[in-house]
Every structure is written in structure tokens, then in C-alpha cells.
Write a protein that binds this ligand. Structure first.
Ligand SMILES: [Zn+2]
Length: 329
């Protein structure tokens, strides 16, 4: 099957992802105990409007409302028998909005179960669950699968094998490095990009987490460890989460996300989008940043020599800084 994501990357060089689904559904009235995926059939008007908001903001990719669409997550809402239907509906609605020009990414999030030996979930069972979800997404018309917000490489392996068993569509993987620049399970950005490359994944990156500054350091580590041919992707939350009276909000303005977009470009990240807390307003600002001139001068917002991944010596950093200054003129 044609790899439409690579066609798009070749054609445009830089690709704009989209923004949050969960926080948008909450704004539209989804309550804490509600199943987001049920709204693909119960409130398709709302889901379609969120997709449309991102399409109008200039997103090149529309991501399906199927993040919790495995049987393990749906079981929390007694919907585990409706995996195929709810995932297919998520994808069909997105396909309708995306048309021929935009791509549809089939979101596949973690099962929420710990994998063996830490927990009860076997690789076989996880693989089966992801295959079931991927079959629904493929039937609804996605262009590729987006395995996202992962913290365990074992679970990524299960998702990858499950998706590949269900379909020959490409699989993109982004993990979440929200625990001192590692995933909750201790995976470093360098480990992720190298392991996923070994497993034949060509688009790799980070999503969610603790805002643009954290993602910037993570993507720097990935860029330094990136094997040739790997395309990087970043989808940051819109700033930092803030809790007030049991509600969560995010403090990143559209300007903050536009700045993040320009900084990702400077790092060579080719697929740039947003995650929790973002809205079509954020994506519109990011579109403008992506279409505008690149940063004339890029300096990382952190001490590069303190990177945990591939160490950068002082002299290397100084040489890089001098090169960057020369490039500016
Ligand atoms: Zn998120």
C-alpha cells in the first residue's frame, strides 16, 4: 500500500499535526467518567466539529478519537465488545473531514495495564488487543497508525506487531518522556529512537508530557541519536498542566506553541503537532510559524552539555554555537 505519510513529507518537507482530543471533548461536555470513544457514535457531530476545527486551522493530519480504543480501556466503560465499531467510526468521521488532501492518523494509546513481568498483561494478549483496534481503524480509512503516549517498549512492540498483523499501513510511534526526561518505565529518548529504528519504524518521536521546554530537550536527545533515515515527530502539550478545584488546564498560549514550532524546526523535527490542552487556536498559530521563515538563530533552552543521552563535550557545543552564529549571517 502507498505510504501517504512519506508522500506528504516529500512534498511538504514539514508537516503540521493536530491538537488535543480529550481536553476538547471535555470542553464539549464529556465528563470524567465518560468514554471518549463512545462519542464517535453517540455524538458524531461533536467529534466531527473537533476534527473540522483542526482541519480549518491548517493541520495536515487529523488524528482519530480512538486513544483509549483497546478492549482494556473500553472495558472500564463496559464497551469492550465494541472495539471494531468504535474505532471504525472514529476513523470514518476523520476521513470524511480530512478528504483527499489531509491524512488520517489512527490513534492507539496504552492499554493502561502493566505488561509481564511487572503486571498481568502478556505480550500475546496485548498484541491481540492492538490488532483488534487497528483492524477497526483500517476499516474506517486511516492512512497510518499513530501509537502514542507510550512509556513501555514492550507495549510498543505489542502495538507494532498488532498493527502489522491487522494491516500493511505504516506505524508511527511517539513515547512520553515525562519522568526526568525518561518515560515512566525508564526509557531514554536515545534508546527509543534507536530501538524503534531497529524495529523498522521510520517516524519516531515524543508527545504529551510537561510542555515545550521538556519536549525540546527530549527532541534534542533524539536528534543527536537519530539513525539515518528516521523522521522525527513532536506533539507537545500546550504548556504545563495546572490543577485548580479538581479541574485541569494548560498554561501555554498560541504564541508559546508557535515558538515551540520554530524551535522544533530548528532541531530538524519534520512532523510537529500538539497534545493535551491545545485547541485549533494553538494549531493556527503553529501553522503560521511553520509557513514563516525559520529561526535565524537557535540556542537550546537548556545546558546541552548536561544531556543524559549522547554526551556533548564543551568544545563540541562551542563549535556548534559558532557554526550556528555563522549560519545566521
Ligand atoms: Zn497529551
Amino acid at each position: 500500500m502507498a505510504d501517504r505519510l512519506f508522500e506528504l513529507l516529500e512534498r511538504k518537507g514539514l508537516v503540521l499535526g493536530d491538537g488535543a482530543m480529550g481536553t476538547m471533548l471535555q470542553l464539549a461536555g464529556l465528563t470524567d467518567g465518560g468514554a471518549p470513544e463512545l462519542w464517535n457514535v453517540a455524538r458524531p457531530d461533536v467529534v466531527r466539529a473537533i476534527y473540522q476545527g483542526y482541519a480549518d486551522a491548517g493541520s495536515d493530519i487529523i488524528t482519530t478519537n480512538s486513544f483509549g480504543g483497546t478492549r482494556y480501556r473500553l472495558k472500564l466503560h463496559h464497551l469492550q465488545e465494541r472495539v471494531f465499531e468504535l474505532n471504525q467510526a472514529a476513523a470514518a468521521l476523520a476521513r470524511e473531514v480530512a478528504g483527499a488532501d489531509r491524512l488520517v492518523a489512527g490513534s492507539m494509546g496504552p492499554t493502561g495495564e502493566l505488561m509481564e513481568p511487572l503486571g498481568p498483561l502478556t505480550l500475546d494478549d496485548a498484541r491481540t488487543a492492538f490488532a483488534e483496534q487497528a483492524a477497526g481503524l483500517a476499516a474506517g480509512g486511516v492512512d497510518f497508525f499513530l501509537v502514542e503516549t507510550m512509556s513501555s517498549l514492550d507495549e510498543v512492540q505489542a502495538a507494532l506487531e498488532g498493527a502489522r498483523a491487522a494491516s500493511d499501513l505504516p506505524v508511527v510511534v511517539t513515547m512520553t518522556f515525562d519522568t526526568n526526561y525518561r518515560t515512566m518505565m525508564g526509557v531514554t529518548p536515545a534508546q527509543a529512537v534507536q530501538t524503534l529504528h531497529d524495529w523498522g519504524v521510520t517516524v519516531v518521536g515524543a508527545n504529551c508530557g510537561n510542555g515545550p521546554a521538556e519536549i525540546e530537550r527530549i527532541m534534542t536527545e533524539m536528534a543527536q541519536a537519530r539513525p539515518e533515515g528516521v523522521v522525527l515527530m513532536a506533539q507537545s502539550n500546550a504548556g504545563l498542566p495546572r490543577w485548580r478545584d479538581g479541574d485541569i488546564s494548560y498554561d501555554g498560549t498560541p504564541e508559546v506553541m508557535a515558538d515551540y514550532t520554530r524551535r522544533m524546526r530548528a532541531l530538524g523535527v519534520q512532523v510537529i503537532g500538539a497534545c493535551c490542552g491545545s485547541t485549533p487556536d494553538h494549531l493556527a498559530a503553529m501553522r503560521t510559524a511553520l509557513d514563516g521563515p525559520p529561526l535565524a538563530h537557535y540556542e537550546p533552552a537548556f545546558d546541552v552539555s548536561a544531556l543524559q543521552g549522547k554526551p556533548v563535550s564543551d568544545s563540541t557545543a562551542r563549535r556548534a554555537a559558532r557554526r550556528a552564529q555563522r549560519a545566521e549571517t
